[in-house]
Design a protein around this ligand. Structure first.
Ligand code: SF4
Length: 230
């Protein structure tokens, strides 16, 4: 009998969950996912990745790409270029990413902080221990856990697991705990591995695990969907 969707399961009657290693094996073996997914986040430099992580808040990637293209076309997609822009000019260039006044203010504040506290050097910031970089990023206006972890993982190369809406949806439907310590115990930290995981979660959610009407039949994670005890 095929596993039932977890939304239809009663509380307390799920069988023990599979390990994340089993999920990893299923995702890695799926023919629709290319092997180089660890390079999934676009961006030519660490600064570009950091800027796009901030612009990606509450909008689709196509809008971020337009804003990044506008910055590039204006010759401003560098630290010096962004620092020379005033907030209004920056806002005009990133308008397509939505909430542009707020994002321009936050980006300018982030760059000013980087200049003040780390001599404008991302290398100096990213050399710090993972927990310390995370703490400092989370203290910046408008940088929450998802953005901080994306910057850590894709720009800085630190093994920080990203929990976004897609990951939350899949973990919830599979009754997996969204607990950083549990995840780290299941998946010994590795930046490359965590980059793969983030890409897998996004791709799986977009292709199969949609908000409404998930396509479990075609999904590589279907064998791991919690079943009910008889
Ligand atoms: S679509 Fe895939 S990830 Fe989502 S609940 Fe179904 S089997 Fe799980």
């Amino acid at each position: 009998m095929p596993p039932r969707h977890p939304a239809k399961l009663g509380l307390g009657n799920a069988v023990p969950r599979a390990s994340l290693a089993a999920y990893e094996a299923a995702l890695r073996a799926h023919s629709a996912f290319p092997p180089a997914l660890d390079r999934w986040w676009p961006g030519r430099t660490r600064l570009e990745i950091m800027v796009s992580a901030l612009l990606a808040q509450n909008t689709g990637w196509a809008n971020v790409a337009l804003a990044m293209a506008a910055l590039r076309a204006a010759g401003r997609l560098s630290q010096a270029g962004l620092e020379r822009l005033d907030e209004a000019e920056l806002g005009r260039l990133i308008r397509s990413s939505g909430c542009w006044r707020q994002k321009a203010r936050r980006l300018k504040a982030l760059l000013a902080w980087l200049r003040r506290e780390h001599a404008g050097s991302l290398s100096r910031l990213f050399r710090l221990p993972t927990a310390e970089v995370r703490r400092q990023l989370l203290a910046r206006e408008g940088i929450g856990e998802e953005t901080a972890d994306a910057i850590l993982l894709f720009a800085a190369g630190h093994p920080s697991f990203v929990v976004d809406a897609y990951t939350r949806r899949i973990f919830t439907r599979h009754r997996l705990p969204l607990d950083r310590a549990w995840i780290a115990a299941q998946l010994p930290p590795s930046a490359r591995r965590y980059r793969h995981w983030h890409a897998w979660m996004v791709e799986t959610a977009k292709r199969y695990c949609r908000k409404r009407r998930p396509d479990c039949a075609a999904c590589p994670l279907r064998p791991l969907l919690p079943a009910v005890r008889p």
